[in-house]
Design a protein around this ligand. Structure first.
Ligand code: COA
Length: 388
């Protein structure tokens, strides 16, 4: 993105925006959290390549890296992990609130509402000092998994499962969701998925969080704005849409005709294309492998094979690469996660990046307030009501 225009503070942007709708190729601020090289397919958190993190790190360590700038020592990681464990429980009112929603409510709607409400019960609710905001960032990161699991249990009419302090963040999430402690390969797959989704520069939901934070709104408000933004199918909602696409296609031999028809009708095929990457999304590389491995472990390669077929066809017919959401769909499906919970699972991870960005924004804040290029009529006379 660095060859794009810079929106300097207070700079008139009409010409800049003309370069492309959607602020594409516009650098909208500075950040030292994550970087993307869209031409070379490189993603790094605090300068560390995503492949190294996916292969060697854990979600807890990545949260430390994002929130505290650097990799932890062994002792720091142990202490930080305990802090996350301590912050996992949510107030009892969260359960009461979730029980008010009809079972047909989309889980992202429930999650967004519950996270907004957490702001009212947070022990630091009335404190917006930097130390309090740092505590809220960590607490929300710990709590997001608990709330997502609660959303699922409540709508199914099941009793909530309290967090297990002996489990990692990834394993505990699956445990709170299903009541079963996951097998090591499922825990590792969940952990890697959380690592891969944790941050992605100025994506739409992160930018929404930063815009909210830049008004000096509270941390919970900024994360609520991010959740509202993540839900859309052009952003985080794509993983759910991918699974629905795979189910709609059915047998792999139907894929070719389906892709041809979709492209002829100028439909967007979910899980393909990216606003920044012009090559393979580096996160998709890991998710593709995980999709295959999890499918094989379950003795059901169907979703992986169909995904691979679709990927080949879309690349050949439209030149588009799979993005992070494409293979995460079959990965989450193999982990037994319900399809409409896929986007909330994205949030379980991305909250780490959102909160890191909110703290960064607040650390060097200026109200984010761009301009629009007015395209309506000018100098229009006001016509009194009885003359219209
Ligand atoms: C992510 C996305 C919004 C990026 O959009 P963008 O940078 O604005 O890209 P554009 O919409 O300008 O796409 C450029 C061209 O590719 C096409 N295109 C992009 N993504 C496409 C997709 N998933 N399926 C079909 N065509 C697609 C566009 O229609 C356009 O075609 P045209 O030049 O013939 O008009 C877009 O690729 C998309 O909608 N993907 C599907 C949703 C998704 O997976 N989102 C998750 C992103 S991680």
């Amino acid at each position: 993105m660095n060859n794009g225009s810079v929106i300097a503070a207070g700079y008139s942007m009409a010409d800049t925006v003309k370069q492309g709708a959607g602020l594409r190729n516009v650098v909208a601020g500075e950040s030292s959290i994550s970087s993307i090289d869209g031409e070379r397919g490189i993603l790094a958190y605090r300068g560390i390549d995503i492949h190294a993190l996916a292969e060697q790190s854990s979600f807890e360590e990545v949260v430390f890296l994002l929130l505290r700038d650097t990799l932890p020592t062994r002792a720091q990681l142990a202490a930080f992990t305990q802090e996350l464990v301590r912050e996992r429980p949510v107030p009892a009112q969260t359960l009461s609130l979730l029980r008010l929603f009809p079972p047909s409510t989309h889980p992202m709607t429930s999650l967004r509402s519950a996270v907004s409400a957490l702001g009212a019960f947070d022990p630091d609710a009335s404190d917006d000092t930097p130390p309090a905001n740092a505590r809220k960032a960590l607490r929300l990161t710990a709590q997001m998994a608990t709330v997502v699991a609660l959303v699922e249990r409540v709508r199914k009419g099941q009793e909530p499962i309290p967090p297990d302090p002996s489990l990692s963040h990834a394993a505990n999430f699956l445990y709170m969701l299903t009541g079963e402690r996951p097998r090591p390969e499922a825990e590792r797959a969940m952990d890697v998925a959380l690592i891969l989704h944790a941050d992605h520069e100025f994506n739409a939901s992160t930018f929404a969080a930063r815009v909210a934070a830049s008004t000096l709104a509270d941390v919970h408000g900024a994360i609520t704005a991010a959740l509202a933004t993540l839900k859309g199918p052009l952003h985080g909602g794509a993983n759910e849409a991918v699974m629905k696409t795979l189910q709609e296609i059915g047998p792999p031999e139907r894929a070719e005709g389906w892709v041809r028809e979709a492209l002829a009708a100028k439909k967007k095929i979910m899980g393909f294309g990216h606003a920044v990457y012009r090559t393979e999304d580096p996160r998709a590389t890991h998710l593709r492998r995980m999709s295959r491995q999890l499918g094989e472990a379950r003795g059901d390669r169907r979703w992986y094979e169909l995904s691979e077929r679709l990927e080949t066809l879309v690349r050949a017919q439209k030149g588009l690469n799979a993005n992070v959401d494409f293979y995460s769909a079959s990965v989450y499906h193999s982990l037994g996660i319900p399809t409409d919970l896929f986007t909330p699972v994205f949030a379980v991870s991305r909250v780490a990046g959102w909160t890191a960005h909110v703290l960064e924004q607040l650390g060097n804040n200026r109200l984010i307030r761009p301009e629009s290029e007015y395209t309506g009529p000018r100098d229009v006379a006001y016509v009194p009501m009885d003359q219209r």
